[in-house]
Design a protein around this ligand. Structure first.
Ligand SMILES: Cc1ncc(COP(=O)(O)OP(=O)(O)O)c(N)n1
Ligand SMILES: Cc1nc(C(=O)O)sc1CCOP(=O)(O)O
Ligand SMILES: [Mg+2]
Length: 223
């Protein structure tokens, strides 16, 4: 059993927009990271209809954004491509169930980079990922989102179940905004993974990061 009193406060795991021009995006990116506590940033590029991006697009975005993240102690995670995470010396990779197994990803990135695994709303997939050596498990989608067509709908109870049983961190993802983040923190999320809830916030990304930080601090203290 995991001891809820020992669980660190929930932190923000930012996900990039699916499409952006890296040089033009850099100032927005810096403003978001400078607004408060951001634990990690996932570079998640997608083409039209969620098509995979060209490897060179990932390389170019990493060249621009990873140094900005590193200067701010924000871990830089690459989506879908363990091979590029290793090649580009990123801090980790995120793989989905249809991308690659956790064990294969681990072989490619080595022991020192993080491997995160999508587990949808499945306790079984999450326990499998934990046994396969994942550094975190991700549950979702908790809310409606225009960023991706999710294949599952998750309920906050799965976060509570996980946090009560396992020390391994759990990430909540899918449609999370300032307006709906609190119950997920209260339920036990170690990280909230947020894309449009930050980049498309009506007061701008920096305001969204500040507001999410307040919610995560208050709700973590109350759990
Ligand atoms: C933190 C986090 N959780 C889940 C996902 C989704 O991964 P996947 O199912 O492989 O879908 P794509 O993001 O690749 O479209 C994620 N990227 N990050
Ligand atoms: C990338 C992703 N994965 C999901 C899952 O359910 O696994 S939901 C999702 C979209 C996250 O973006 P936003 O914060 O804009 O909803
Ligand atoms: Mg994927």
């Amino acid at each position: 059993m995991s001891d809820p009193d020992q669980r660190p406060a929930c932190r923000l795991y930012l996900i990039t927009p699916p499409r952006f021009e890296p040089r033009a995006f850099a100032d927005t990116f810096k403003a978001a990271l400078d607004a408060g506590d951001v634990a990690s940033l996932q570079l998640r590029l997608k083409g039209d209809n969620e098509a995979p991006p060209a490897a060179d697009d990932i390389r170019y975005a990493t060249e621009i954004l990873m140094p900005l993240a590193r200067e701010r102690d924000v871990a830089f995670i690459i989506n879908d491509r363990p091979d590029l995470a290793a090649e580009l010396d990123a801090d980790g990779v995120h793989v989905g169930q249809d991308d690659m197994s956790c064990r294969e990803a681990r072989k490619l990135v080595g022991p020192d980079r993080a491997v995160g695994v999508t587990c949808h709303s499945s306790r079984h997939l999450a326990m499998e990922a934990g046994e396969a050596g994942a550094d975190y498990v991700a549950f979702g989608a908790f809310y409606e989102t225009d960023t991706k067509i999710p294949i599952s709908k998750a309920e906050p109870e799965i976060l509570t179940w996980w946090a009560n049983l396992f020390v391994l961190p759990c990430v909540a993802i899918g449609g999370i905004t300032v307006a709906n983040a609190a119950p997920l923190v209260r339920a036990g999320a170690d990280f909230l993974a947020v894309s449009s809830g930050v980049w498309a916030h009506e007061d701008g990304p920096a305001a969204a990061v500040r507001k999410l930080n307040v919610i995560m601090a208050e709700e973590s203290a109350a759990r």
